[in-house]
Design a binder for this molecule. Structure first.
Ligand SMILES: [Zn+2]
Length: 105
């Protein structure tokens, strides 16, 4: 197993998880629900993390992540509306922060 990605922003972590899921890359999220559970643990130890089940997917996963970040930087100024819950989302997100629906094309 291989730790692939972590971020303070849980939505970004969910987004990376969705990206890998869509590509059929086996992965799982760690620490997703730990944040806020205890003030005792240093924050850097409680970041949500995306892990690859199989290390051999790492080059492909890195490629997808790079592509996603490129796409996001091109659209970071746009605000989009979720088709499912009508929530307004910042352009840096590919999934709705509220209901996790995919961004409409
Ligand atoms: Zn939504």
């Amino acid at each position: 197993m291989q730790k692939f990605y972590s971020d303070y922003n849980q939505v970004k972590v969910r987004q990376v998880k969705c990206l890998l899921d869509d590509a059929g890359i086996p992965c799982f999220v760690k620490n997703e629900y730990i944040q806020g559970a205890s003030g005792e643990i240093p924050p850097h130890e409680t970041l949500p993390e995306v892990w690859l089940v199989d290390d051999s997917w790492l080059p492909k996963a890195n490629e997808l992540l790079k592509q996603m970040e490129q796409d996001l930087s091109e659209h970071s100024e746009e605000v989009w509306q979720c088709e499912n819950c009508q929530e307004a989302n910042e352009g840096q997100f590919l999934i709705c922060w509220q209901c996790e629906s995919s961004r409409p094309q």
